[in-house]
Design a protein around this ligand. Sequence first.
Ligand SMILES: Cc1cc2nc3c(=O)[nH]c(=O)nc-3n(C[C@H](O)[C@H](O)[C@H](O)COP(=O)(O)O)c2cc1C
Length: 345
Amino acid sequence: MYERLKPWLFRQDPETIHDRAMGGLAWLARRGPLLGLLQRLLRLDDPRLEVRAFGLRFPNPIGLAAGFDKNALALRAWPALGFGFVEIGSITALPQPGNPKPRLFRLPEAEALINRMGFNNEGAEAVARRLAAWQAHGPLPVPLGINLGKSRATPLEKAAEDYLKSLSLLLPYGDYFVLNVSSPNTPGLRALQEKERLEALLQALTGYLQGRKPLLLKLAPDLTWAELDDILELSERYGLAGLIATNTTVQREGLPLAEEGGLSGRPLARRALEVLRYLHKRLQGRLPIVSVGGIFSPEDVWERLEQGACLVQIYTGFVYQGPLLPRRLCQGLLARLEAEGRGLT
Ligand SMILES: Cc1cc2nc3c(=O)[nH]c(=O)nc-3n(C[C@H](O)[C@H](O)[C@H](O)COP(=O)(O)O)c2cc1C
């Protein structure tokens, strides 16, 4: 069905289609009975798919990556589509419109996207109000991650205050939080991955949190091994709950489109896997790793789990493969577990 719709969908502007799809999902997310029906059709609940990580229980290891539902508009639709967890954001302390359009581009032959959205979002206060309103619909059946970015107008020197403002507003609503210092689309943001700056930021955020909620760090795929080593040392020293690897890349992997922004999808898979392997080799299980970047098939999920990830996330695969992807990934994973005669952990 989605394969038939795709040629028509892909003739439209990518951001327009994204906004329309989000509009539809937001509508659906508020229709209890319809959502329940969808959930019965698409959700695959099986205890063998369960994962426990950073003190939380995930019904399956497939998550929606940050950036798809930045403002939590369709929150309850994601578990109904079969996701095992949802990450909203990136959310910034100040509401902001993001970069001028066009800012999202498809590379269909490569099954990739390039985006320079620039953290377009309604801001922490508005999203906190929406999350409070969602609570009236009952608890979400899957863990909710809240990904935090830095407001564009805030200078790097004041980054900690900016993140702290969002964190304090959103703290009651998230099951885990993500410090995003790896988006290529906010000028200077990735400099926050440098040792001194990152240390100051981690000190401020973990000091404020005092272990009340798990804090994870999302990394760029373009860091060197030495830079990753510094980050690993800090992550362990400040007691982070885990790492998310990776964000989009500024490398172009030989692709023809010269648009500025972050590349995601299939061409990112090789580097995301390489970074995962490196992190796992260094950490030896001391910190959980969420792998993201170019995951399209059950085989991709299996490979990431085998190479040290405890959870995975998808974004571009969902755009190219359609809304049945989470179910297909869970089905494929179960078939593999059966063939291997073992569980996930
Ligand atoms: C249009 C778009 C917007 C994104 N926005 C965010 C964001 O706001 N925060 C974030 O941490 N990652 C963001 N990402 C990165 C994704 O969460 C993910 O790390 C990346 O796309 C790699 O996964 P994929 O290959 O499955 O897409 C965005 C990605 C895309 C394509």
